[in-house]
Write a protein that binds this ligand. Sequence first.
Ligand SMILES: Cc1cc2nc3c(=O)[nH]c(=O)nc-3n(C[C@H](O)[C@H](O)[C@H](O)COP(=O)(O)OP(=O)(O)OC[C@H]3O[C@@H](n4cnc5c(N)ncnc54)[C@H](O)[C@@H]3O)c2cc1C
Length: 454
Amino acid sequence: MGADAAGMSAASQAKRIAGDEVQIVAFERGAHSSYSACGIPYWVAGDIDKPERLIARSPQAHRRNGIDLRMRSEVEEIDLAAGQVAARDLASGRSYREGFDSLVIATGAVPVRPSLPGVDADGVFGVQTLDDGAALLADLERARPRRAVVVGGGYIGVEMAEALVRRGVAVTVVDQAAQPMTTLDPDMAASVHQAMEDLGIEVHTDTAVTGFEAAADGRIRSVLTAHGSIPADVVVLGLGVRPNTVLGQHAGLPLGDHGGLRTNVQMQILGHDQVWAGGDCVEVLNLVSGQYQHVPLGTHANKQGRVIGHNLAGSYATFPGVVGTAVSKVCHLEIARTGLRERDARRAGFAYVTVTVRSDTKAGYFPGARPMTVKMTAERRSGRLLGAQIVGNEGSAKRIDTAATALWNRMTVEDMTALDLGYAPPFSPVWDPILVAARQAAAAVRQTGADRGP
Ligand SMILES: Cc1cc2nc3c(=O)[nH]c(=O)nc-3n(C[C@H](O)[C@H](O)[C@H](O)COP(=O)(O)OP(=O)(O)OC[C@H]3O[C@@H](n4cnc5c(N)ncnc54)[C@H](O)[C@@H]3O)c2cc1C
């Protein structure tokens, strides 16, 4: 069920392993299979010229691989006792049932659409699917809006703000939180906020949207907030998503505290050996905090799908969990995080130290060297790395992968100071910013060892 990242990774992997021994029927209610929603902001910005380039594998390509992929076909019910799903062909309206030995639920997530007055005005767009992206682009070309409001300052909100700025639209981002990018600690998010304003993006924080006002022709005119109204010719909603689990829930499958399906490491639904789930509809274990979370990212959906495909086909693979790595950007500013924010560390019960270092993306004397900031968090006494965040210019964000690898391997910041990272002036200062942060964090940890108390 669901023919995008998780679903078709599972189907393709199972076919690769078991060939004709496994017969796969895939249902997709939409018009596209295996596409990159992640590319939508860059398509809207103009970096990608046509949506076909965002499609990794077409329905025809899947069918050539022996998968019976039924497009515009929605699963409406799961009957676990009968081993059947009820499906509807959306073109003809025909309903029918299909039997299964194993079921893969990869139904993704539902974008949050606030039930506020006026939300259905013309010119209010989501950006969840390729069709959403196409509708927004067509509108930008037809209506030529001058002022846009992006509701939500998470990574989709900031990426869409960049896309609109680059199309010459004046952008205001509205978020009810105190900072954009709440996936970062407030001090790091503050530099994102500042950089966005330097780019000419107006950022209204601590501002809840209360409604949308349309003109007489039904077209959006302004966004209403607790602090007044903001004129808008177009609105993009980036308010996050929640797991799409309604069918699983009706079938009695277990959900976690964050509304996602709960699986074991083989991605089997707990208590249901022949039902598998992966992607945005499941919760994942955060390996640093030991707590379950909903982390709707394509990187996890693809890996989980592959794991399902292996296990379904009689091979063996596991998805142990995540460490919470994510990267994003708004114009020249790159934003990255892994592990726990300070508030996550506190919630999980860790005592910790943090350090923040300012460094450069290349050797200071090298043309094009630009500033970057790294914040690192380590457990007191033990010095175990708990998290890192990076905000900086081009060349900053992917440095988070070093910290993510260290987290995965439960390294201490002291261990990290000895890492053999590549150096040449065009790529980094002689002390990579990650090494500088690790060195300072290790010193801060040593200091806690000298202190009394926990
Ligand atoms: C604008 C944007 C930018 C993003 N950028 C990034 C990024 O930079 N990095 C990153 O890691 N992630 C990013 N993501 C997230 C990433 O796209 C998702 O995590 C990923 O697509 C999840 O894959 P999935 O297969 O679980 O779900 P989806 O891709 O949502 O696929 C689920 C499919 O199931 C279908 N479906 C649902 N219910 C039914 C049903 N009952 N019957 C039949 N079909 C059904 C849906 O139509 C859909 O095609 C971005 C997402 C968006 C929207």
